[in-house]
Design a protein around this ligand. Structure first.
Ligand code: UDP
Length: 494
């Protein structure tokens, strides 16, 4: 063997040992960014070189975690891009959907992220080519970008696989509208019944990203296989596409220090929970941009006062110092004071430490909009739900919770919003809300059975992320496959 040949073999062997270089491009919304960045951290924790590409303001929200990882010796960094505020017509300080309160601004953030920033994302990736590109499904151009570089593209869409199966089924079997009431989703391994139909603009909006997603190297899911159950195999069967369940991400990087991040503002809620009995409190939150109209908030307040169960209620967009007459538009007179005096309930204006609250023993239920992260965080904490979907995949997620896993009660929403901040015409009335809360929280047989099932699932979730658990093993397998893909190219090239 000559020196040249020997050098070639040495290079090839060294390549086999080299860590992967991965770039992550999260979409600019908390429900997408948090889980994808947690996944990025998992790769870094395994010794791989990770870069998260995002805008300056979004980078600030990630810095705490990234500093902790760097201090632990992990190779992770954030590459920041300038958000095109002026070009898109948004004030400084608005770079994420969590910061918007109207649909016009929401569409502007989406346009900036998916279209105006495309060139900056691409330039960075082309100048610093990774071994693998992990991008949100809101960036369909990532498909061509990865193809140009000849590298695998992994997709993240912030859905569970159950919901993707439902979407695929509806795509193939368009809903005819013949039955104005309940209908069963065709071609699924279990019968799933829905009462309202998805709006056409939503179906159209997800069509193209889903199509490109199916052509990617594979799908990353913030879930564990045990929760998607038979739908994992069904997804493989109908799409032939690879999927890796590597969550729940909220359970992965949870040292005491990390769980405490960013929670100080609303920290008193944790000490308030300390004084509550186990499973006695219902946590109410409608996601990262879940503002409800005042008349709907009023109905919730009346239902909570009437049923008498303790609650923590997150209400974004309301000022602590608002005038009494403004407050009385969304709360009965004296409600907040009464609830505090009787130690019945807390209203949190703004951002709550959701994962931490759900993890507290006093919390026995979660009234949720069924955003996927909220569902998987609730399951991870072993907490059953009152389901109140607002838009998009949330209506499918609800069915996984109630019809497949039996860990939730439906409040009975009759209106499927197209966009996050759509005005809702149909209010869910107080008696319906009260009934659903009572079914879950009254210590009746039905609620206790759901609680038992939720605990069992929570246990499985914690097992999944441990050494040897399903999500842990999936991540290891994925890393090995990505290394093999890269190294086989290198060996072939030598
Ligand atoms: N979240 C939180 N505090 C809040 C509201 C939301 O920590 O006051 C987090 C929640 O834990 C979850 C995410 O924001 O991780 C919301 O994601 P989800 O998919 O549930 O809903 P979305 O906001 O995308 O509709």
């Amino acid at each position: 063997m000559d020196v040249w040949q020997s050098n070639r073999i040495t290079t090839a062997v060294e390549a086999l040992r080299r860590p992967l270089k991965l770039h992550f491009i999260p979409f600019l919304a908390a429900g997408h960014m948090t889980p994808l960045c947690e996944m990025a951290r998992s790769f870094a924790a395994y010794g791989h070189h990770v870069t998260i590409i995002t805008t300056a303001l979004n980078a600030i929200s990630l810095e705490n975690d990234v500093h902790l990882d760097i201090a632990a010796g992990h190779c992770i960094n954030i590459h920041t891009l300038q958000f095109p505020s002026e070009e898109v017509g948004l004030p400084d300080g608005v770079e994420n959907l969590t910061a918007v309160t109207d649909n016009d601004s929401l569409l502007k953030v989406c346009r900036a992220a998916t279209s105006l920033l495309q060139k900056s994302f691409e330039d960075f990736v082309l100048q610093n080519p990774p071994d693998c590109l992990v991008a949100d499904f809101m960036y369909p151009w990532a498909h061509d970008l990865a193809a140009r570089l000849g590298i695998p593209r992994l997709v993240f869409n912030s859905f569970c696989v159950f919901s993707v199966c439902v979407m695929e089924s509806i795509k193939k079997n368009p809903i005819t509208g013949q039955d104005p009431h309940a209908f069963t989703i065709p071609d699924l391994p279990l019968p799933i019944t829905m009462n309202i139909r998805p709006p056409i603009p939503f179906l159209k909006a997800i069509d193209k990203p889903l199509e490109l997603e199916a052509k990617s190297y594979g799908l990353l899911v913030n879930n564990f296989v045990e929760l998607d159950g038979v739908f994992v195999e069904h997804y493989n069967k109908i799409t032939g596409h690879k999927v890796w369940h590597i969550g729940p991400t909220a359970l992965i990087h949870r040292t005491e220090e990390e769980t405490a991040k960013g929670t100080h503002k609303n920290e008193p809620c944790m000490s308030w929970l300390e004084s509550r009995k186990p499973d006695s409190v219902i946590y109410i939150c409608f996601g990262s941009s879940g503002t409800l109209p005042d008349n709907q908030l009023y109905e919730i307040a009346c239902a909570m006062e009437s049923c008498g169960h303790s609650f923590i209620w997150v209400v974004p967009g309301k000022d602590e110092a608002e005038k009494e007459e403004e407050k009385e538009r969304w709360l009965p007179k004296g409600f907040e004071e009464r609830m505090m005096k009787e130690e019945k309930g807390l209203i949190l204006r703004g951002w709550a430490p959701q994962v931490k609250i759900l993890g507290h023993a006093a919390v026995g239920g979660f009234m949720t909009h069924c955003g996927w992260n909220s569902v998987v965080e609730s399951v991870g904490a072993g907490v059953p739900m009152v389901t109140w979907p607002l838009h998009s995949d949330q209506f499918y997620n609800e069915k996984l919770v109630t019809q497949v896993q039996g860990v939730g009660v439906e409040v009975g929403v009759e209106e499927w919003g197209v966009w996050v901040l759509d005005e809702r015409k149909k209010t869910v009335k107080r008696d319906r809300i009260e009934k659903a809360v009572r079914r879950l929280m009254d210590e009746g047989e039905e609620g206790e059975e759901m609680r038992r099932r939720a605990r069992e699932l929570g246990e499985k979730a914690r097992e999944a992320v441990k050494e040897g658990g399903s999500s842990h093993e999936n991540l290891k397998t994925l890393i090995r496959e990505l290394q093999e893909t890269r190294d086989s190219k290198l060996v072939n090239a030598t």
